[in-house]
Design a protein. Structure first.
Length: 367
């Protein structure tokens, strides 16, 4: 292996792999990145055995091909700290990877490429095409509601369901639920679904930009593969059945609150300063065109504010975890939000008045 590459090219690729590289060294080689060189490109691959990412960079000069593995973080830190526009010379010398620039020489230890775990790809899989903008939206607007190390392992990920020309993302930790649907670039014949693990969906979210370039996703029975901008990300899917989320979304007769999103969020921030550290509860009392928000804590401190709003329906006395509400408010980009109440002891439904694609359900706290 002997080649030249610009600092910018190699750092961009190394950065993309770092989220997957195993920090806890269960196997030393999982801290390494696999380097594979041919006449025109450098391919970098990282894995944690549950997921894998591969990126391809253009090299500036090719001497000879080959492959090896080297510590990902050391390699990234070294290349990142080199001056901009530096051309870097990589070559093997025995078991060491040599790195040379105009002013410096470095050598990094390697492990054999034959020992690097290979991710088994499924042969049978279904393809979907979606814009990166739509994929970014459904991930960022729902993934915060995923479970985190929940004993119900199927909650520790994002459920994706695809039918015809629509993809729906759903996340829940059993206290709140987030759902968003988006349009695919083209319809598919099959109906497919799967639960993508928490770490994997967060990595996919980092790879996807705000642009409208096409992202190709392959769904298998046990894995998902995402291809975007010269990067390929593969992940195992979580085994198990996702809850019937449609049963969780409340429906029927309700009382509707329409309120300015920014004013509501700011009021919650102020009042919740005096809420209980443990439960972070805020209490709502609704009357016609009026919302009273209050909080108190074991130190007998309390705060309350009255907020102008549009409200019609029965008077509601209900409490919620303020952090759950604020996370939802930060994802909705409309001036106003709608909250449907179905009683003082039932979950509420929060929506964006300008879109039917986005729904949030929050369970109340006991008052």
């Amino acid at each position: 292996m002997d080649f030249y590459i610009s600092k910018e090219e190699v750092v961009k690729s190394l950065n993309a792999t770092l989220g997957v590289v195993e920090k806890r060294q269960t196997l030393p080689i999982l801290s390494n990145v696999l380097l594979e060189v041919d006449e025109s490109s450098l391919k970098l691959t990282a894995t944690d055995l549950e997921s894998e990412i591969s990126t391809t960079s253009t090299i500036s000069n090719f001497k000879s091909g080959g492959k090896t593995t080297a510590p990902a973080r050391k390699l990234n830190d070294l290349c990142r700290l080199l001056p901009d526009l530096t051309e870097i010379h990589f070559f093997m010398d025995g078991d060491d990877l040599k790195i040379e620039t105009e002013s410096g020489k470095y050598n990094i230890s390697t492990l054999p490429s034959e020992d690097f775990p290979v991710f088994e790809l499924e042969e049978t899989k279904s393809q979907i095409n979606i814009s990166s903008k739509n994929l970014k939206s459904i991930i960022s607007n729902t993934s915060f509601a995923m479970g985190n190390q929940d004993w119900r392992h199927y909650l520790n990920g994002l459920y994706l369901s695809v039918e015809d020309k629509s993809i729906t993302a759903v996340a829940t930790d059993a206290h709140r639920l987030a759902l968003e649907s988006a349009t695919l670039n083209e319809a598919i014949l099959a109906t497919i679904d799967g639960i993508v693990p928490r770490k994997s969906i967060n990595e996919i979210g980092k790879l996807v930009g705000e642009e409208s370039e096409n992202v190709v996703i392959y769904f298998g029975h046990t894995s998902i593969e995402v291809n975007i901008s010269g990067k390929t990300f593969v992940s195992k899917l979580i085994e198990g059945k996702f809850p019937d989320y449609e049963q969780v979304i409340p429906s029927g007769e309700s009382s509707l609150l329409v309120v300015d999103r920014k004013m509501f969020s700011e009021s919650l921030s102020r009042v919740s300063v005096l809420s209980s550290e443990k439960y972070k509860g805020v209490r709502f009392l609704t009357k016609e065109n009026s919302l009273n928000i209050s909080a108190n804590n074991p130190e007998k401190e309390q705060g309350e504010e009255n907020l102008a709003c549009e409200y019609k329906g029965e008077e509601i006395d209900i409490a919620f975890n303020v952090n759950y509400l604020q996370e939802i408010l930060s994802t909705i980009n409309s001036d106003k939000i709608e909250i449907n109440f179905f009683g003082s002891d039932k979950s509420c439904l929060i929506t964006n008045p300008t879109s039917n694609d986005l729904k949030y359900v929050v369970m109340p706290l006991l008052i």
